[in-house]
Design a protein around this ligand. Sequence first.
Ligand code: SF4
Length: 327
Amino acid sequence: MTAHLSNRWQQQLRSAFKSITALYDYLELDTHDLFSDEAHLNFPLRVPESFAARMEKGNPNDPLLKQVLPVNEEMQTVAGFGLDPVGDLQAMTETGVIHKYQGRALLINTGSCAIHCRYCFRRNFPYSDFQLGNQKQAINYLNEHLDISEVILSGGDPLLLSDAKLVTLIKEMNTIEHLKRIRIHSRLPIVLPDRINKGLIKALTYSEKKIIMVMHCNHANELNVEVAKACEKMRQANIMLLNQSVLLKDINNNVFQLAQLSEKLFSLGVLPYYLHLLDKALGTAHFEVSKTEAVSLMQQLQAQLPGYLVPKLVKEEAGKAAKTIVY
Ligand code: SF4
């Protein structure tokens, strides 16, 4: 592969939309009061062009646009919505390691993402307070805790690490005998599918542990030909593919959309794994779907689809020993 092709995803990352006006021009939308400069300053807009290309031009209510557009509602303070909704700060035990659940530890190597999802549970996370990427301490922690059989690479987005850094990390994981699996939580296969290139696949094949890729897709419109190709490459490399979504008001909170998402994911070889109730992060209240509505949606979904296409409806609660299965 030429350097040009292998670096294409990094070029796309650099040229992502970071200006609301530029995104509005691209989408042929009028600049009016839908968006908020204040919300943008608080958590800046960031959208790769390949993701914006899947939005409908001229539609201010496009379900992909609504996931990324800074709006006035984000600036409202709503009771119950806070800075650390799932207790990650309390659970951070060593630099970059979050050990909340038995047998699993989460490793945060980067606070950066290719896209800024407005509903993100870590949108207020103080990444800069931690020395992320201090691999030695994290590896020591994993080595010392013999009960950890699965490491979850999270972030930010772990696939923003270079191939070389991933190889180093994977080789260190190989030396930890009690580790059985490496789970990667990433939105890149969806929002920047060119990241799933030969270099990355080669990096992942260094792993002697089973690799599971948990992608993050919320709406069937996010799945295009490029995403399908990325999934195919990962499947050929024997990587198990799962998806998690967040239930989001006016984006995917209807049974037709959820069914279409499950069907389309499955056609790409991806199993719908979790549907999350919104984590109550400050600035995200306008995305909330009530538990009652969510359960009703799940019942309708179950009536339409085979069980393996119905994700588990879950809620993460600070301090609990596991996610709560709501349905
Ligand atoms: S990619 Fe994931 S971690 Fe990054 S902003 Fe979106 S939801 Fe949050």
